[in-house]
Design a protein around this ligand. Structure first.
Ligand code: ADP
Length: 323
């Protein structure tokens, strides 16, 4: 029979995302609610290797639901990627009395969790990333906040470029995925959106700008996903080929920070509770996911092998609405 879980470790790993703190708070308070001892591990897997951890109480997670970033800090840890590193981390976790682990992060962090599970730790992953690029889940914590931050920034950029009759070419985050970019493009009414999922020809974009200029349009927003890149090059080309003054902008890390939206806080709170419920039901090695508006769970290995569909309707919608 599996050992009864008394002590649960929690860590945040990989890229930070607004709402990680809300998820941490939920995990800790749900665990305490069921009478479990909760241990916070600092700096992701690095903290396990360096024994940088402490017991967390209700008060340790007070006043964090509204804060971006992660109070546990996060890191990318190369040493943990080796089998020696994983073994050392497992030994340190055992020494600290940890019976199970909740990992808040992305796919890489879940691979780490899977590696630790092979040493007998039940693990649960909670998807946190602004990129929404975790295949098993329709939604990831931090995505909604990043969408709103990027949309707000582009609204402001548009104020300026409409006053000057310019084109702004704006890079939006998302790593190799275009979810953030295409949704922001629709929400901000961008005239063009370039994403890695859809091949494009720069000359078509120049033609579109020329065509709409002829119809009376005087300013443009071109959203470029991080996975496409090249905003300087694209802006130069717009100027050269259309005669419209163009400015490149990279939104950068503002998209990773800030106060999480209500959606991120609520999803994070639900997922945190679900993670603890799963562990206490004796269910292990799962990722908590948001699927068809419900919070459910998948086996980690299965979750890591899944592929995510891209909503081509959104691409079409953006094209129809921006002429
Ligand atoms: P994310 O979780 O946001 O996808 P990373 O891919 O950078 O971020 O992964 C975060 C950390 O998870 C890495 O620094 C490493 O410590 C651990 N990790 C990533 N991939 C693996 C793997 N295949 N095996 C073990 N640990 C991994």
């Amino acid at each position: 029979m599996a050992k009864e879980i008394q002590t649960i470790g929690v860590l945040t790993s990989g890229g930070d995302a607004p709402g990680m703190n809300a998820a941490l708070r939920a995990v800790v308070r749900a665990g305490l609610h069921y009478g479990k001892k909760m241990i916070g591990i600092y700096n992701g897997y690095k903290g396990l290797l360096e024994k940088d951890m402490k017991e967390l109480t209700y008060r340790d997670v007070s006043g964090i639901i509204n804060r971006g970033g992660t109070v546990l800090k996060t890191a990318r840890c190369k040493e943990f990627l080796t089998s020696e590193g994983i073994q050392k981390a497992a030994e340190n976790a055992k020494e600290a009395g940890i019976d199970a682990l909740v990992v808040l992060g992305g796919d890489g962090s879940f691979r780490g969790a899977l590696a630790l599970s092979q040493y007998g730790f039940p693990v649960i992953g909670i998807p946190c990333t602004i990129d929404n690029d975790i295949s098993c889940s329709d939604y990831t914590i931090g995505y909604d906040t990043a969408l709103n931050t990027a949309c707000d920034a582009i609204d402001k950029i548009r104020d300026s470029c409409s006053s000057h009759d310019r084109c702004s070419v704006v890079e939006v985050m998302g790593r190799n995925a275009g979810y953030l970019a295409i949704n922001v493009a629709v929400a901000a009414g961008a005239e063009v959106c370039l994403i890695p999922e859809k091949k494009f020809d720069l000359s078509d974009i120049m033609d579109k700008i020329k065509e709409t200029t002829a119809k009376g349009k005087t300013h443009f927003i071109v959203v470029v996903a991080e996975g496409v890149g090249g905003v300087d090059f694209i802006a130069k080309n717009v100027e050269k080929q259309t005669g419209i003054e163009a400015r490149p902008s990279t939104l950068g890390y503002i998209q990773r920070g800030g106060c999480p939206t209500v959606k991120d806080r609520v999803v994070a709170s639900k997922m945190g509770l679900k993670a603890i419920d799963l562990l206490l039901e004796g269910v292990a090695n799962r990722v908590v996911v948001y699927k068809d508006t419900k919070i459910v769970d998948f086996d980690i290995t299965e979750a890591l092998s899944m592929k995510k569909d891209f909503d081509n309707n959104l691409v079409e919608l953006a094209e129809i609405l921006t002429y």
